[in-house]
Design a protein around this ligand. Sequence first.
Ligand SMILES: [Ca+2]
Length: 233
Amino acid sequence: MFNINSFQPAASKAADILMRRTLVVLTVALVGAGAAFASNIVTNGSFETGDFTGWSETGNASVCQQGFASPYCGDAYDGNYSVSLNAGDVVANMVLSQVLATTAGDTYDLSFAYGTTGLQNPQTLDVFVDDGVTLGDILNTTAVSPPGNSGYGSYFQLDNWGTYSFAFTATSSATTLTFADDPSNTAVTVSEDGKLDDVQVVAASAPEPASFLLLGTALVVIGRAARKYRIQA
Ligand SMILES: [Ca+2]
């Protein structure tokens, strides 16, 4: 005989499982969306692939693993790899660039670490952001590294890193970020190398406080709905 009382619990259990799964999926999606707001749009910005994957590079530079002697690498700023510029007393002519997927009108924060492995002189790096028409027409600036360390002589020496940040507003969907070793470094390149690491470009408009407010509100609503459902069930 059909018994409605034995049917209801089974239906309720199925609904309960569905509800719980839905809440988990929604929560994961929202948290994921929140994390994505602040993602770095630079590919291989820390050079942890051990090479220039994601970048175009010409001139005297290489990705080196910290602690290794050739080129004179020193320490990475982030992870185990960084870019060594003009190592071996050569001409400072590296040009390193990457095309970034951007949104016209959005502002982005560029940050990177630039340092020196050497005796005492600083190094200079030219930083360009362009829209594909004229080099450096969005951002054309210079970063001067801290002076080198006096502890020169060890392959395992710490580099003297500095951190730099600049903002720019994209004008197209493809923005080219370029780092160029400054030719003036050639005059002081003897026993003095530049180092680059941890390149990040993050949309400045995100994470907006409003986005986090929205995310927080959504999570509260989901939490209350779940609690209410549990009470009813
Ligand atoms: Ca690195």
